[in-house]
Ligand binder design. Structure first.
Ligand code: GCB
Length: 666
């Protein structure tokens, strides 16, 4: 780092100090509201100033004219059921048709299309149909449903858990709107369009074209994640297409609770729960807010006045049972409106604190070390489609191995994954879909990505802000300079370009949520200036694999220790090793250990964990990866699989799993 960069890093570090104090402090519900933790009803997802650019994809609205259904709205509260709300899951068999010439819209497919075959939702089309195995274009889904007679006269919403990558939806031939981004939910108010009698026809266009201005991005021609790969993507996982998560219909009373932002604290042995509320239509009236437990009923309750649709409540829970990996105890926050048709929303909450300072991470005041994995939503035949048995099995295996955490590498995981992590007491670093951003690309491409990235962060926060399991936000994984760099000045210009890109995203995320650390996951040679934006340093290091592969353990250990110590010295912040590992083909054995053998992976895990645990400034280590996963084809990936899993893709343990279990359960 040169002197100017050093000075800039020092200034950043200073700014971070006050940020650390904030993380330790108690945010009021008013501050939560002011900070935008509860978004205004009509707020656009993008709050960043640089987020104005329009994504440059073909077919953006309004190709079919403006939506009739009021357009897409950001999904905030999950549609949990209550005395006043019901949810219907439209998962199951849908009609499906590929549209390689993009002719569906002009040919009237939004009204319903012929020639459909049957596809399961959720699921990835690439894993199901041979002719769609490598299909990355437009496809159409359709489904008919009848409205529950009890829902007549109520508000009805349609919520998509995730559609990869861009979706446009029509109900009874009327355009509802569209959404871009493959890993976050979106919803439509369909009250005016849904038919009370007779079938309703829902048609959805899903476009999974791999484009360089999308997030994550396809690669420029001839490039790939490590080497040229097929399909050409900038990241190391398969770009599955489809409706990957459930499609839900839900109904609420006319006046509805639209958002709740919860902040919890532990003060002198009491639990404090602050809740910012948002009610539709600028409603005025009284609300009852209570914290309930299954065993004891309401353990705290207040009545608050809602004015112009806003209110804040503060409740004291005493005695309190804090949420933690050892005891993931969930209360239910219940909000009821005193209205002619009283809405009731029931939100599972955990009362806990998370703090980062120069000495480390603390959960509920106690030092925290994150042992766990980077993972993927990936399984044979299901692809990226939500698979509940796999989800539960994965968490059982995380417990079996002694893990307490995972990172949603490299995109936000399903609602169900986070709800279950709340129950299992797994700590989550919630990561945006911005993986492998490159800063050597043309300005309009970077501007389009920035806009989409900003939207994804806003949506991720809107969806996940109330989960006790989420203990940090990851803005991006492994952004890179991304261009051949000739001179130090050219390098510095690209570093500056990245800083200008990331700074507003960090500012916005911190404004939305002063209660959780915000990080950027960097790789070995990633600029320190970018990592410095984070509240703790997250680094991916592949000593023993991409660097010094096959070399004796002391060489690898030496390189690792030197880099961890350097990062701590440069940043003065806690450090987490967010990835390390070695591709390992299950069943390959070698004595002495050689690359690709189970022994090699196992030894690498052991020596890395020793080096990490010997450093008090280290706050975690996540081997890459939990399980083998499908990726693009290329000379680096035998069988189209990344085999760095500690478990196979079918979730059977390799030798390293037993080693980690011994180390983590000791
Ligand atoms: C990384 C990436 C991850 C890859 C991994 C690998 O640094 O973050 O997405 O899969 O390396 O195996 O190369």
């Amino acid at each position: 780092m040169d002197a100017a960069a050093n000075a800039a890093a020092a200034k950043d570090a200073e700014a971070r100090l006050s940020r650390r104090e904030m993380l330790g402090g108690v945010g009021s519900a008013a501050a939560l509201l002011a900070a935008g933790a509860v978004a205004p009803a009509a707020a656009s997802a993008a709050t960043s100033t640089a987020a104005a650019a329009t994504p440059a994809h073909a077919g953006a609205l309004p190709a079919s004219g403006p939506p009739t259904g009021g357009g897409q709205r950001m999904a905030r509260l999950y549609p949990h059921e209550s005395a006043a709300r019901s949810t219907r899951d439209l998962s199951g068999f849908w009609g499906f048709r590929l549209d390689p010439r993009d002719e569906g819209e002009a040919s009237g497919w939004p009204q319903g299309f012929s020639g459909a075959r049957t596809i399961p939702v959720p699921g990835s089309w690439n894993e199901i149909f041979d002719d769609a195995a490598e299909y990355f274009g437009t496809a159409w889904y359709q489904k008919e449903f009848l409205l529950d007679p009890g829902w007549r006269g109520r508000r009805v919403y349609l919520r998509f858990g995730a559609a990869s990558y861009r979706a446009r939806a029509w109900l009874n031939g009327q355009l509802l709107g569209e959404h871009e981004g493959g890993h976050l939910p979106f919803e439509f108010d369909v009250s005016a369009l849904v038919r009370a009698t007779g079938p309703n026809r829902l048609v959805v266009l899903v476009d999974n074209a791999q484009r360089e201005e999308r997030v994550p991005a396809a690669s420029r021609p001839g490039a790939g994640f490590n080497f040229p790969s097929y399909p050409g993507v900038t990241f190391d996982f398969f770009p599955y297409g489809g409706l990957h998560r459930p499609v839900l219909l839900y109904s609420t009373p006319a006046t509805a609770i639209e958002d709740i932002a919860v902040h919890t604290d532990l003060v002198a042995g009491h639990g404090i729960v602050r809740a910012g509320l948002q009610v539709s239509g600028g409603w005025n009236g009284m609300a009852t807010v209570s914290v309930e437990s299954a065993a004891a009923g309401a353990v705290a309750q207040v009545r608050v006045a809602v004015r112009a649709g806003r209110a804040e409540a503060e409740l004291v829970v005493d005695p309190v049972r804090p949420w933690s990996p050892e005891d993931p105890f969930l209360y239910t926050l219940v909000v009821r409106l005193a209205d002619a048709q009283p809405d009731e929303y029931r939100l599972p909450i955990g009362i806990r604190t998370i703090v980062v300072d120069k000495d480390g991470l603390r959960l509920n005041g106690k030092p925290l070390f994150l042992a766990g994995f980077g993972r993927h939503e990936d399984f044979p035949i299901h692809g990226k489609g939500l698979d509940l048995p796999v989800l539960v099995r994965d968490y059982e295996l995380l417990k079996w191995i002694g893990a307490n955490s995972f990172r949603t590498s490299h995109y936000p995981y399903s609602d169900e994954a986070l709800m279950l992590a709340d129950q299992y007491g797994l700590l989550v670093i919630d990561e945006s879909p911005a993986v492998s951003l490159g800063f050597g690309d043309p300005d309009p491409v970077i501007a389009a990505r920035h806009a989409q990235h900003a939207r994804a962060l806003a949506e991720m926060h809107a969806r996940d802000k109330n989960h006790p399991c989420v203990i940090a936000w990851s803005v991006a994984n492994e952004p890179g300079i991304g261009a051949p760099v000739g001179t130090p000045a050219e390098h510095a210009a690209l570093v500056e370009r990245g800083l200008a890109y990331f700074r507003p995203l960090f500012t916005d995320m911190r404004a939305r949520d002063p209660s959780r650390p915000v990080v950027l996951v960097s790789f070995g040679t990633g600029p320190d200036e970018w990592s410095a934006l984070g509240d703790f340093i997250c680094t991916n290091l592949y000593f023993g694999w991409y660097v010094a592969g096959g070399q004796p353990g002391e060489v690898v250990r030496g390189l690792l220790e030197k880099e961890l110590d350097r990062l701590h010295a440069v940043h003065g912040k806690p450090v987490m090793l967010t990835e390390f590992g070695a591709d390992t083909t299950a069943g390959v054995h070698a004595e002495p250990a050689t690359m690709w053998s189970e022994e090699y992976q196992s030894q690498l895990m052991e020596l890395t964990m020793q080096a990490v645990r010997a450093r008090p400034f280290m706050v975690g280590a996540h081997p890459w990866a939990f399980a083998d996963f499908r990726t693009a084809q290329g000379i680096m990936r035998s069988g189209g699989l990344n085999q760095k899993g500690v478990f196979t893709r079918e979730r059977q343990p390799k030798l390293a799993a037993h080693t980690l279990r011994r180390l983590w359960r000791a």
